[in-house]
Design a protein around this ligand. Sequence first.
Ligand SMILES: Nc1ncnc2c1ncn2[C@@H]1O[C@H](COP(=O)(O)OP(=O)(O)OP(=O)(O)O)[C@@H](O)[C@H]1O
Ligand SMILES: [Mg+2]
Length: 205
Amino acid sequence: MTTTQEQTSEITTLLMEECGVGRRFASASLDNFNPTNDAAQEVLNACTQFVNEWGLIYKNGSNLLMIGRPGTGKTHLAVAIMRGLMENYETDVYMTTAQRVIRAMRDSWRQNSERTEYDVIGFYCEKELLVIDEIGMQHGTDSERLLVSEIINTRYERMLPCILISNFTRDELDGFLGYRAMDRVMESVSVLPFAWGSYRTSTHG
Ligand SMILES: Nc1ncnc2c1ncn2[C@@H]1O[C@H](COP(=O)(O)OP(=O)(O)OP(=O)(O)O)[C@@H](O)[C@H]1O
Ligand SMILES: [Mg+2]
């Protein structure tokens, strides 16, 4: 499908206003990701394939795990996938961070809170695609970390795809999310390793 400039900027606005994406990333696309090495090209191809094969991925409830060093374009490519899905299929997508999930849950426990814990879980578990960024960044208590796992487990039961993003290695993620949630994620997952230097601090031609 060809997308007009108007549609592109409409999606940029939607990404910011309704899909949890920060302004810094709202213009990210597969087209403006510059693969600086062969491994980055492979990761870009996998992200393009994720968009192209969305029908099958959604049917199977498959996941994507992006792991690697800071500044390598993980958040960029996750937003690029969200954009691709919105452009091609009008998919209901949402991006959050593990910290924001924990904060939303904590807020729901306050007296007079308008949202219950059940509402919060419902919100994250109704999206067709949920991206959870920065898993492992926060210093939550064990029980708070389990809130993130609970979202993952509920989505697993509903066979709804997730993109999980972290600077952690797989083993560290096991420790963070718990074996049970990770085992479920790994049942149907593509792992994309971002194993190159930071784009933020490099000179890229
Ligand atoms: N290959 C690339 N081509 C174009 N822009 C890129 C590329 N890689 C990263 N960027 C840009 O560099 C900045 C850093 O990338 P991004 O925030 O996606 O990295 P990250 O892997 O999510 O890092 P962190 O782990 O610190 O969150 C962003 O502005 C992003 O748009
Ligand atoms: Mg990031």
